[in-house]
Each structure stands twice: as C-alpha cells, then as structure tokens.
Design a binder for this molecule. Structure first.
Ligand code: NAI
Ligand code: MG
Length: 369
C-alpha cells in the first residue's frame, strides 16, 4: 500500500485527454472528471484535463470525426484518454463513432480491451445466493482484429441474390500478444486461473490458430491453471458458476458479447468499466455502455461505469492508492444506496458524482482495501 503522497516531493502532473462524446457519455464523463478532481486534490498531485468535442454534434456541424493526426497528438501529449460513448439517432450509419472510437483503438493499436466484472455488492447481481467473492473476474477481449477489421463487401446489393461477406482476421502475432497479456496479468496479479475461449469447433481455420498459440503459451506459464472452453459453454458456465473464473481471454466479437453478459451479472451496463490498452502507450478508458439515447440528457445515467473506468486509468498512470480510494468510494455509494435508479437508488447522475467526490474529500485517500 502506498502512503499518501508527500507534499514535499510532488509527483509530476499527469495529462488526461477527455472525449465525452454523445448522450449519456457526456453526462457520466463529467462525473468521472469530478471524481478525478477529488482524488487529485486528496493526493496533493495534479491532473490536467483537456476536453475534445469529437461527437455527433461536431460531425453534424462541420463534418469532423477524428481529425487527421489526432491519434498521434494524443499519444505524444497525454498520459491517458478518458472516453464517454458515441452514438446518436440522427447518424444512422454510426459513421462518426466508427471513425472516432474504432479509429483510436486501431490507430493507437490498443489491442487489449480489459473488462473487469467485479460484484460491488451482493444486492446487485441477478444470480441467487452469490456474493462479492463469487464474481470477481476480468475479461480480456482482443481489440485489434477478429471480425472488427471491416474487410468484406456486398455483392448484388438489394437483390434477392444479395451476398454479404464479412471477413475475420486472426494473426499469430495478434493472438499471441493478447493471450500473453492475459497470462502476464494472471502472474502479476496472482490470479491462478485463466480460461481461453473460442469457437474452434465451428471455425477451425481462424480459431484453430487460437488453439495452437494457446497450447504453446500455456507451457510457459505452468503455475497458472489454464483451460479452454468453447464460447457457448463459457456463457452457460458464467451464469451457472461464475466463481470458477478469474481471467478470461476472448477473440474480439466473442469478448464483446461475453462482457455484456458479465456486466449484467454484476449490476448491469451502468456499472461496467473498461480500458483499451497497449502496454507502454497511452490508454483509453471508457464505460462499457453506449450513449443510451433513451435516458440521455435526463440526469438518469449511472456514472459508476465511467468512474470505475477512471479508477482503471489511475492504476495505469501509476496512481494505485488513488485508484483504490476511488473504488472504495464507489463501493460505499452502492452500500449506502446513493445510486441511480438502474441499481435501486433515487439519485441523479450528478448527485451520485457529487456524493463520490464528497466522500473522497471527507475521507482523503484513507485506507483503501
Ligand atoms: P447502450 O449501452 O447505450 O444501452 C443499453 C441499455 O443499457 C439501455 O437500456 C440503456 O438505457 C442502458 N444503459 C446504458 N448506459 C447506462 C447507464 N450509464 N446507466 C443506466 N443505464 C444505462 O447500448 P445501445 O442502446 O445498444 O446503443 C445506444 C447507442 O450507443 C448506439 O448508437 C450504439 O451504437 C452506441 N454504442 C456505443 C458504444 C461506445 O461508444 N463504446 C458501446 C455500445 C453502444
Ligand atoms: Mg459491446
């Protein structure tokens, strides 16, 4: 445990790029920034924020999605990126979201999508007789290839003979680096169990590669109990007995789906955080949820997913005590029912953010668990 920071030796300021995006993303990001201000004040250290307005609004106004050079600028000038969500009913093809979010993930080569599924309070899970110790795993979704590379095409569009092809890319380097990340994480965090998932029985070419790389890598990590489950079996097991899982590594599309299932097991889309990472490079931290158009702009969105993403950000920039304090404040808000209505409370988005920031201001960095 790190001691509270020493005023005599201030840490260097960290620079955070903030991209709130659209809808509920804007509202929850404001609360995460509020919480980060509170922890930096408690730590006596500086976080500098710079906002970027890349969003549906901006795209509709002047056609800008992700400006040229933006990824390089973020990589050169910032320590981390805090991201909200993108999606707007006025932009049916989601063009701006593809350019901005997928653009940043691909251009920064953020090949790890880390999605922790940790139960904050037993009352939040829809599963019967499950407590905080039963639901505490992290899912690493491959984030740079798979079915998300947008290779394919449509032939005879609109006709009865229409054909649509969407190709899936699996590279040995891509598969190896995400699996290795999972194994290294397990080793570092003293998590003894890792599960790799795929659908290699039906996709023998693409996912057969996952099988071969997995077989080679697990030999390098004999202390970690590693196993394989087909994705359909894993989905069932996550519901039947989630306590058996600690680290899960999945291809892009499968990880996308499993992480929403995981989010639901620990309280829903409103509480699920994520990080897009490439070790040694600037990371992008965002709630798992989207812009939630039905509740956007009404002070209803749960800010916890975004605040917990900010805690992951603090961890990555080397502020673990602050990350722990932030998580503890979130836990306290859930314990005391100071939450939005999706998880049973009656507060608005900004009131939850105020409560969390205020708790940090009152308790300081305290004794994080
Ligand atoms: P969504 O995640 O926005 O909403 C799914 C459900 O969860 C809705 O019922 C919503 O009300 C609820 N929800 C989401 N965030 C919440 C929060 N903070 N608190 C309480 N409830 C919350 O996904 P949906 O509806 O499929 O997509 C909406 C838009 O967001 C679309 O344009 C989609 O493309 C985009 N999207 C963007 C993502 C991103 O920026 N990373 C991820 C997922 C969707
Ligand atoms: Mg998703």
């Amino acid at each position: 445990m790190l001691p509270p920071s020493d005023a005599a030796s201030p840490r260097p300021a960290k620079r955070i790029a903030v991209i709130p995006g659209d809808g509920a993303g804007v509202e929850v990001t404001a609360e995460a920034v509020k919480a980060l201000h509170a922890v930096s004040a408690a730590a006596g250290a500086t976080l500098e924020f710079q906002h970027f307005d890349w969003s549906a609004e901006r795209y509709l106004r002047d056609g800008t999605t992700l400006p040229a050079g933006a990824a390089e600028m973020l990589a050169a000038e910032f320590d981390a990126i805090l991201f909200g969500a993108l999606g707007d009913p006025r932009i049916a093809d989601n063009r701006h979201a593809a350019d901005i979010l997928l653009g940043l993930r691909f251009q920064l080569d953020l090949y790890v999508n880390a999605r922790p599924c940790q139960l904050l309070d037993a009352r939040l899970t829809p599963l019967r007789d499950r407590g905080e110790r039963d639901l505490d795993f992290i899912l690493f979704r491959e984030n740079s290839e798979g079915l998300y590379v947008n290779i394919g095409g449509v032939f005879k569009r609109g006709s009865a003979d229409e054909i649509a092809v969407q190709e899936q890319i699996n590279t040995r380097k891509g598969v190896e680096r995400i699996l290795r990340y999972g194994f290294e994480y397990a080793r570092r965090e003293k998590r003894s169990r890792l599960c790799m998932t795929d659908k290699s029985n039906a996709l023998p070419h693409g996912h057969g590669l996952w099988q071969r790389v997995f077989a080679a890598l697990r030999a390098e990590y004999p202390e970690i109990e590693s196993r394989h489950l087909y994705v359909d079996a894993l989905a069932a097991e996550m519901v039947r007995d989630p306590a058996q899982f600690q680290v899960i590594v999945a291809p892009n599309l499968l990880g996308d789906i499993l992480s929403d299932l995981g989010a639901q097991l620990v309280g829903g889309m409103g509480v699920a955080p994520s990080a897009n990472l490439h070790p040694g490079r600037v990371g992008l931290f965002e709630p798992v949820h989207g812009s939630a158009p039905k509740i956007a702009g009404r002070n209803l969105a749960n800010p916890i997913g975004s605040v917990l993403s900010a805690a992951m950000l603090l961890e990555e920039i080397g502020w673990p005590a602050e990350a722990a304090a932030l998580r503890e404040a979130v836990r306290a808000s859930v314990r005391e029912g100071k939450t939005t209505s999706d998880i049973g409370g009656s507060l608005g988005t900004s009131q939850v953010g105020d409560w969390i920031a205020d708790r940090i201001a009152r308790q300081g960095l305290g004794r994080p668990r």
